[in-house]
Design a binder for this molecule. Structure first.
Ligand code: NG6
Ligand code: CA
Length: 519
């Protein structure tokens, strides 16, 4: 061996040990980390104006990247947002995945559907999901005692470590790939959302056993870890999670996914439980914020993001990684537990100046923080007012990795890469966007330019009750706002601008009936 080849061997060895992108890896394709927080509102982060809640790591991400002010979750609740993000298609176009799923619902996305994960896998990425899933598992009613499929692995992920539905829904166990973590065959898991099963105490019958947190609304079924849940559960005792450790557990999994030695880029979908209910942060975060337990949970979330950023720094991957942070719907205070949010006096404005909250068609339901960082590519310290939505990420990642989307895929996904890269745009990436609140078809609202129309409950044929639930005031008349000078949606201009109402309504009708909106 001559000196030159031994030098090459030393360099190769060094690259491996340092986990630098190995030679031969496609450096043009960055790693992608998509962090989807739960129920974090437009005003919850320091970089979006919060003062009672400290988020130094997210503020750093914003300083080193671009902060978007007009980004929207595809729905104002969880499951439809996630379904739309994964498939690039509005969730209200089909029943499966349009409403909030239970912990025993089947997988809402058909295997074979082009998803963010399957597209990136095809582009040569290692793909992983860690955190809240909430897209259903298996076929028919999920059986947690067997190999659980189809699930994340059948729609494009190489590996998964998930909480099946939500932190407040049974079963309270983690699933890794196709198995319950810590499963004991001698203690089978049974879950029911219709009626009580087994003889474990429930919040309804044994409120004295709610040692960690009491419910305020619903959440009075099986007590797990001193907290009542939605849904009954028996068995799986050794597998049950401890809420206080959940953020640590997910972060550890996410970090180890990033650390895994590999010769290709990776895509990590890191989907945190915070700041969803029940808000039971680890003791080291309790009492640290100026906004009670909810603020503590957000500061815990910020710590998780900090661990991800530190891992990228340590492995020298930061420069070649696109990190996006956003939320699955707007913020909410009391969401079913007596956690102090019901009478919060901190003055914290969880959704900033926006009207209403999670579940609503008003901006507070779906306009969310959205920060992107990719050093040298995404402008640092910038703010973008571009209208964007999580449903756009499939077409965007396709553009980023040079993949062609089949015509039938990603029906509502617009390529927002130019906006991420801060390019000067001749026209907006998307001129319109349909908003949704849970259910099939749920209720819809629409943006066009700075105009926002919430059709009257009568106009869309929905009942007054549904409208009230969607927090649109139960109004039978249409609401039209010009967000350019009325972000808090305080002045209904529908009567003054009847033509505008008609024109935007017919656009909504068209987007609905055509079954797709992607250019
Ligand atoms: C609601 C729950 C709420 C939360 C939500 C789903 C009640 C009274 N409310 O039905 O606590 O779990 O579902 O939230 O049970 S989401 O962010 O996953 O969409
Ligand atoms: Ca949510």
């Amino acid at each position: 061996m001559n000196r030159r080849s031994s030098l090459i061997i030393v360099i190769l060895h060094f690259a491996l040990v340092m986990q630098l992108p190995a030679f031969g890896a496609d450096n043009a394709k960055p790693n992608i980390i998509f962090i989807l927080a739960d129920d974090v509102g437009y005003g919850d982060l320091g970089c979006y104006g919060a003062t009672k809640v400290k988020t130094p790591n997210l503020d750093r991400l914003a300083r080193e990247g671009t902060r978007f002010t007009d980004a929207h979750s595809p729905s104002s609740v969880c499951t439809p947002t996630r379904a739309a993000f994964m498939t690039g298609r509005y969730a209200w176009r089909q029943r499966e995945g349009a409403g909030i799923l239970s912990g025993i619902a089947p997988l809402a996305i058909k295997p074979g559907t082009v998803t963010v994960a399957s597209l990136l896998k095809q582009a040569g990425y290692a793909t992983g999901v860690v955190g809240k899933w909430h897209l259903g598992l298996g076929e028919g009613e999920t059986d947690y005692n067997r190999e659980i499929k189809p699930g994340p692995l059948e729609i494009g992920f190489d590996s998964s470590f998930i909480l099946p539905a939500t932190g407040d829904r049974t079963p309270c166990v983690y699933v890794q790939d196709r198995r319950v973590v810590g499963y004991d065959p001698a203690d089978p898991i049974r879950v029911n959302y219709q009626q009580k099963i087994g003889d474990e105490p429930t919040g309804r019958e044994n409120p004295e056993l709610l040692t960690k947190q009491k419910h305020s609304n619903g959440h009075d079924m099986t007590i797990i870890n001193g907290i009542g849940r939605i849904g009954w559960m028996t068995g799986g005792k050794a597998a049950r999670w401890v809420d206080e450790d959940m953020a640590d557990t997910f972060t550890k999994q996410a970090v180890s996914f990033i650390e895994r030695p590999r010769d290709k880029p990776f895509f990590l979908y890191f989907t945190t439980h915070d700041a969803h209910v029940p808000r039971v942060p680890h003791p080291r975060f309790r009492g640290t914020s100026g906004h009670g337990l909810r603020g503590d949970a957000i500061q815990q979330l910020d710590w998780c993001v900090g661990e991800i950023l530190a891992t990228l720094d340590r492995l020298k991957l930061a420069d070649n990684t696109l990190v996006i942070f956003t939320s699955d719907n707007g913020g909410v205070m009391d969401d079913g537990y007596q956690d102090g949010t019901g009478n919060d006096t901190s003055g914290h404005q969880l959704n900033g100046v926006l009207r209403a909250k999670k579940g609503s068609l008003y901006e507070g339901g779906h306009r969310v923080p959205f920060v992107a960082r990719w050093p040298g590519k995404v402008q640092a310290g910038a703010t973008s007012n571009e209208l964007i939505c999580h449903v756009d990420l499939l077409a965007t990642f396709a553009a980023l990795t040079d993949q062609k989307l089949p015509d039938s895929a990603a029906a509502d996904s617009f390529n927002i890469l130019p906006a991420l890269l801060g390019e000067r745009l001749e026209k907006p990436c998307r001129d319109h966007l349909v908003h949704h609140t849970g259910g099939f078809p749920g209720r819809l609202a629409i943006r066009q330019g700075s105009w926002k129309l919430i059709p009257g409950a009568g106009a869309t044929g929905d009942t007054k009750k549904a409208a009230k639930k969607a927090n649109t005031g139960g109004s039978a008349i249409a609401e039209l706002y010009n967000l350019a000078d009325d972000l808090p949606e305080s002045k209904n201009l529908a009567a003054e601008h009847a033509d505008q109402v008609r024109q935007i309504s017919s656009l909504l009708d068209r987007l609905r009936s055509e079954g797709r909106s992607r250019p």
